[in-house]
Design a protein around this ligand. Structure first.
Ligand SMILES: Cc1cc2nc3c(=O)[nH]c(=O)nc-3n(C[C@H](O)[C@H](O)[C@H](O)COP(=O)(O)OP(=O)(O)OC[C@H]3O[C@@H](n4cnc5c(N)ncnc54)[C@H](O)[C@@H]3O)c2cc1C
Length: 369
């Protein structure tokens, strides 16, 4: 029987490993990190409650805070969204990936830490007809570049830091700050871990000729943020990057890409765990069908695009739209959105992950009152 090798023991690679083991396959996962939690503070952990319920991970021990609202800022304009109950969680990313590791190992996966897979290793596995090779190796995928997959066109360069002693109006609400001057083609954010511990971060497009750390310094001058962090102490700071376009192709011969390596990320917010893990579950089914019944691996490509392609495209379109607006147009957009009831619409029907579901909800529930 063919074996499966997964490069990358992030959440997505580990979810895939667990699913494949459950289907009876022999799976080896390699990760360059010695400690699975290494680098996990580089990313945030805001995940929708509904999305988390679909990925089959026991995430409960990783929950740090609950979220039911968001305040969106553009210049002096505000949009306040407040749902009737918890819509999302802030998770401790280190604990989440630890849980995924434990679930993958319990299912029978051989997870090897401290092994950086080099181009030569990738070429050997790619040419081995007894191996299915999966690149779950994150935004700058070595597997993708070595195997000649199409490139990801745009990345968001990020910088985030945690602050202790912050003054928060609402410890269950995130703040998003839109300004193409400061956070080119993305936004700045704050996410509360508790009443006084908050994460502040910013993203800028890889098209911008700037660094995320200098954008962050600029962001700290924002009046609202300044007030929130007045007297607070920075705990740590981290730079990273997020892909915000999917690769045109994610299967080639015996090689598949999943998660950030494939660009399965919401371009609006940079959230990649729900879509990445959901696509990993689809990949497990396609690999199983390939190994057992000789079906082509290309079925993975068709299946994930059918399930999530439209949502990811809508995220991309929304991102493209607000990224194209100058300060005045952003202010106007906020003003008119407020006037036309955007606050109550998103409070009632908002879905962080799937715009297609949000629209369906609106038409079904909205019409019936
Ligand atoms: C600032 C920031 C905020 C974010 N906020 C959110 C959020 O709130 N919600 C959300 O859903 N998503 C968020 N994301 C995105 C999220 O972190 C990613 O979508 C997610 O981590 C993708 O998981 P993955 O398993 O595909 O890749 P990764 O988590 O990047 O894992 C890839 C793994 O591959 C390993 N690897 C890479 N190359 C090699 C190699 N050659 N050999 C061996 N191992 C290798 C790495 O060590 C790593 O462990 C955020 C990202 C950033 C940067």
């Amino acid at each position: 029987m063919k074996k499966v090798v997964i490069v990358g023991a992030g959440v997505v690679g580990l979810v895939l490993a667990k699913e494949l083991c459950r289907l009876g396959h022999y799976v080896t996962v390699y990760d360059a990190k010695n400690d699975i939690k290494e680098g996990s503070a580089k990313a945030s952990g805001i995940l929708s409650k509904e999305g988390l319920a679909t990925i089959g991970v026991n995430y409960k021990s990783a929950v740090v805070n609950t979220l039911d609202g968001a305040v969106l800022h553009a210049g002096k304009e505000l949009l306040k969204i407040k749902a009737a109950d918890t819509k999302a969680y802030i998770l401790d990313r280190g604990k989440l990936v630890e849980e995924c590791l434990s679930e993958a190992r319990s299912a029978g996966a051989d997870v090897v830490l401290g092994k950086s897979v080099q181009r030569e290793d990738i070429r050997l596995m790619k040419n081995d007809s007894d191996t299915v090779l999966v690149g779950a190796d994150g935004s700058v995928s070595n597997v993708a570049s070595t195997c000649g997959f199409p490139q990801i066109k745009e990345y968001i360069l990020t910088y985030k830091a945690e602050y202790n002693g912050a003054r928060l109006d609402d410890p269950h609400s995130v703040d998003l700050f839109f300004s193409n001057k400061v956070s080119n083609r993305f936004f700045g954010w704050t996410a509360p871990y508790s009443k006084s511990l908050v994460e502040a971060g910013i993203g800028i497009s890889s098209f911008a000729r700037s660094s995320s750390s200098s954008a962050f310094k600029q962001f700290l001058k924002n009046e609202t943020l300044h007030r929130m962090l007045d007297g607070a102490n920075p705990v740590s700071g981290h730079a990273s990057m997020i892909p915000v376009s999917t690769r045109k192709r994610t299967v080639k011969d015996n090689v598949l890409l999943v998660g950030d390596a494939a660009g399965q990320v919401k371009a609006t917010t940079g959230g990649g765990i729900i879509f990445g893990a959901s696509c990993a579950r689809i990949a497990a089914g396609a690999i199983d069908d390939h190994i057992r019944n000789g079906k082509p691996l290309e079925r993975y490509e068709k299946a994930w695009r059918k399930a999530y392609g439209l949502d990811l495209t809508m995220h991309k379109m929304i991102h493209g739209y607000y990224a194209s607006l100058g300060s005045r147009s952003l202010d106007m957009l906020f003003m008119f959105s407020k006037l036309f009831g955007a606050e109550s619409f998103f409070s009632k029907y908002g879905d962080m992950d799937r715009p297609t579901i949000m629209i369906k909800r609106f038409f079904l529930r909205g019409i019936s009152g």
